[in-house]
Structure formats: C-alpha cells, structure tokens
Write a protein that binds this ligand. Structure first.
Ligand code: BES
Ligand code: MN
Ligand code: ZN
Length: 500
C-alpha cells in the first residue's frame, strides 16, 4: 500500500472513494443526534447535509453510509464512517473506523482511498498515525493458500490534512504508523502459517530473513545449543519432536544507547501444540498452529524497533519447538532440570509453554537483560477469566508495569492485570522437585504466571498471556478473522518508553 499526505483540497480531489469521519455531538440534555462531519471543508459538509437529518445514519462506531456522486465534490463516492458519541470517541475508535473504511473499499474492489484527517477538537495527537495503522491492519487477509485468492489489497491511501496542519509532524506520524502496522502484519502472517509450513527451523529462517532486511543481528541455534546451555526445560518439550527446535536470538544495539537498561523480549514459539503425551482432544486442535503467536509478536516488535530506532538496547529470545507425543516424548511424572538449576516435576505435558519460557527468561538474563517482557499463548484459562476481549498481564514490578499500562493506553489494545500473590505459589509446590508445571483447576492463568515468576526471579518482568486474543474467530468490520498480532503495538511502545 502506497501512503501519502495531501494538504487540504478535499472537495477538489478526484478519487474513487473519499472517506470522512463523523461523530454524534448531541448534548446529553436533549439527546437528539447531531451528526457532525470532522472536516473543515464546507463543501464536504454540504454534500452530506441532506442525509444527516433523514435518520438513516446515526454515527455509531464503525457505522457506514455511502453517498454516490456527492454534490459539489470531485470524488466519485463519499463514505461516512461513524466514531460514536463525540465525548467518548478515542483515537482507537479512529484506528478501527479507518480499518472499516478499508474493508468496505476492498469488498467493492476500490483500490485507492483518500481519508480526511479529523479536524477540530475531538482528538489531540497524531490522527494520521491511527488512520494509517487501522488501514494497513485492515488490508490483511488470511486466505494465503486459496488458489482463487484475489489480490484485493488497497493500492494507495492518501490522508488529507488541513492546510494549516504541521506537515512535518504528520509525515512522521504517517511513517511511524506504517512501520508499526506493517510489523504487526508481519507477525500475523507468521501466526497464520500452518504447522507443516512453519516448523521451528523455518520460523528461525523467517526471523533471520526479517533481521537481515531490518539490519538486526540474528542467531538461530539448534538442539546442541540447548544442551550446551543446559536448557533442560526447553529441551524436555523439544525432545518429543522429529523437527529440531530453534532458539532464536535477535539483537538491537543502537549507537549511543546507555549500558542499561537492556530489555529482554521473550516469546513462546510452539509451532504446533498437540499437548504431547497429555494429548489434547481433536476438536479445535488445528488452532494450535497459533501457539507461536508470542514469539511472532516479539519478532514483529523487533522489526518495528529496528526502523523506529529508539535509543535503548533490546534482545529478543524466541523458543521455538513443536510439542509432540512420541517414543522420545517426556512423560507425566518426569523431572527436568531447567537452565536456572531449578527442578521441575512434569504433571501435564500440555503445560509446555511455561517450560520453554523458563529457559528463555533465564537465557535473556544471561545475555544481560535488566528488564523482561514475555508474550505467550499460555493458557486456555486466561480466556475463561477474561473472555476474548482482554489479554492477561502480570508483573512483579510496579514501575515497569506502569510503563506497560501507559503504552497500552496509546495503542488501544486491551490488557487486564491479574494477581501474582504469594499464596498462589502453594498450588505449584511439588513433593519431589522445586516446582511442578501445573497448578490444578482453579486460577490456571495465575499459576502459569507464578511458574514463570520463579524464573524471572528479581528482574523486573511483565508477562502477557495472549491466548484469549491472538486469534479472532469472527471478522469485525475493521479486521479480518484469524491472526490478530496482539501485543505487538504495546510491546513497541513499552520499549520506546525506555528511550525517552
Ligand atoms: N497452548 C495452550 C494454551 C492455549 C489454549 C492457547 C487455547 C490458545 C488457545 C497451552 O500450551 C496449554 O495447553 N495450556 C493448558 C495448561 C494446562 C495443561 C495446565 C491449558 O490451558 O489447558
Ligand atoms: Mn499446551
Ligand atoms: Zn501451548
């Protein structure tokens, strides 16, 4: 998708589709809808005016109204997209509404769009960034392997900003948004790949390719390295598979960055999770190809970081393997020694994510990470707790959590904090080893996080359980069904917060 800015002249723009955002500015007193187009151009207002009083459009979030041959405009079509009530509209509504416009256009084979950046008092900050993010995310479709796949991607997108607007700031916002959304789509394309087409080794190759293009250092290690590092927890999962594991390390060390902090991004990269000997039921098992979404999120974040160039050191560690049953697979009751030296009793081989992450966290620390963040499709329990609305976030440190929480408020992603109180530790006490890998029926997302906490130790750490949000079962007006790329945007903002 080509992106560009244009200064003013919405009325004179020749295009297939001109998009304008609307709010309902009704005062709470009389409650009568008062639909307002967010543009400074009177000609655009006038073109839509007859349709705003008819009651056929209420400006609800993501509601659309298409006007053909709008009077007084050069555009062939004018699309109104609602942002909801003026008092409640956020920059994230704008991101989604831009996506809604793009998906509207794609369905109708319209390949070039012009957006009028909202004028007036509704938003402070970079609307261009939100628009381009929403648009690029909306352009993604997961039907990669359909032989009749039609390339319906949008070819060009232009944002019309007010003639008086700060052109340089808008350029920068456009560039940032493009980098971030394209990186999130890179993550989504990895998550979308089936297990046979994205083995751990191929995952490693894709990471190396990305790193080469982005100018990052990347190493991909195999089983030998796991043995050398004494990664007994990671290997215990990998040992059951005929596909060799991949330990992926991507490093970003900008010139002029301080020695500290060093941010460690650790991702769960299970390219397929059968459950192992504690095998999963076959219903929905095909979904377990997305069990590497945490790892893919870290690679997407690194891709963006390489281009946005924050002045802070970052290391990503992705632990990639399949979780398979076989004659070589680990068994319930086995005891494994993790890289940190802790012994783990395996109760359920399907609780494999925490095993690979235990060693991933330890390795990131050994490589010098002073602050850790991990992302993992770790538990079904997080979806039971939060539904498919929020992902779970856990932290052992208030300062680093605050940074994450601030990051989230900028990105529009949804994370809900869950507790890590000491009492939960009792649930993963083992009779034979230091710790066991499951904690029973209750509080499953929390006991999984408590397990990881043992390996983060005193290092400030954030854990993102994205199992509830990494895959969308039903399309929304602004986004296709399938891989979401959740957490990529918030991780990027968290990293940038250390460079400020
Ligand atoms: N990959 C799964 C978690 C998962 C479930 C992700 C559904 C996405 C959607 C994880 O490895 C797993 O199997 N967790 C078990 C843990 C249990 C054995 C303690 C679970 O959630 O059932
Ligand atoms: Mn599992
Ligand atoms: Zn898993």
């Amino acid at each position: 998708m080509r992106t560009a800015l244009q200064s003013g002249n919405a009325a004179g723009t020749e295009t297939e589709l001109l998009v304008v955002f609307t709010v309902d500015a009704a005062s709470t007193k009389d409650g009568k809808p008062e639909i307002t187009l967010l543009t400074e151009e009177p000609a655009v207002q006038q073109a839509a005016a007859p349709f705003l009083t008819s009651g056929e459009f209420s400006s609800n979030p993501n509601e659309t109204l298409l006007l053909h041959a709008p009077q007084g405009l050069k555009a062939k079509r004018l699309l109104l997209v609602g942002l909801g009530k003026a008092a409640k509209a956020t920059i994230h509504h704008l991101r989604c509404a831009a996506g809604t416009a793009v998906r509207f256009a794609k369905q109708r084979k319209l390949r070039g769009l012009f957006f009028i950046a909202p004028a007036g008092q509704v938003f402070t900050g970079a609307t261009e960034r939100a628009i381009v993010e929403g648009a690029i995310l909306a352009d993604f479709d997961p039907d990669t392997y359909r032989s009749d796949r039609k390339d319906q991607s949008v070819q060009s997108l232009t944002i019309i900003i007010a003639a008086s607007a700060d052109h340089k700031a808008a350029e920068e916002a456009l560039r940032e948004g493009t980098v971030i959304a394209e990186s999130q789509n890179f993550t989504r394309s990895l998550v979308n790949e089936p297990g046979n087409r994205l083995t751990p080794a191929i995952f490693g190759q894709r990471a190396a390719e990305m790193a080469r293009e982005a100018g990052l250092k990347c190493e991909v290690y195999g089983a030998e390295k796991l043995h050398e590092l004494k990664m007994g927890a990671f290997w215990s999962v990998a040992q059951g598979s005929d596909e060799p594991p991949a330990l992926i390390v991507v490093t970003y060390e900008p010139e002029g960055a301080a020695e500290r902090p060093v941010l460690g991004l650790v991702g769960k990269g299970i390219t397929f999770d059968t459950g192992g000997i504690s095998i999963k039921p076959s219903d929905n098992m095909e979904k377990m190809k997305y069990d590497m979404a945490g790892g893919a999120a870290m690679l997407g974040a690194m891709r963006a970081i390489a281009q946005l160039k924050p002045k802070v050191k970052v290391i990503a560690v992705v632990c990639a393997t399949e979780n398979m049953p076989s004659g070589k697979a680990q068994k319930p009751g086995d005891v494994q020694i993790a890289m940190s030296g802790k012994s783990i009793e395996i109760i359920n081989t399907d609780a494999e994510g925490r095993l690979v992450l235990a060693d991933g966290l330890a390795y990131a620390k050994q490589l010098g990470a002073t602050h850790l963040i991990d992302a993992a499709t770790l538990t079904g329990a997080v979806a039971v707790a939060l539904g498919q609305i929020n992902a779970g976030v856990f932290s052992n440190n208030e300062e680093t959590y605050q940074r994450f929480s601030n990051a989230v408020s900028k990105t529009g992603e949804r994370f809900w904090r869950l507790p890590l109180e000491e009492e939960y530790r009792d649930l993963i006490r083992s009779d034979i080893a230091d710790i066991k890998n499951t904690g029973g029926r209750y509080g499953g997302a929390i006991t999984a996080a408590m397990f990881l906490k043992e390996f983060a130790e005193d290092t400030p750490w954030i854990h993102l359980d994205i199992a509830s949000m990494a895959w969308l079962d039903d399309a929304k007006p602004w986004i296709a069904k399938g891989p979401t790329g959740v957490a990529v945007r918030s991780i990027i903002e968290w990293v940038r917060s250390y460079a400020e």
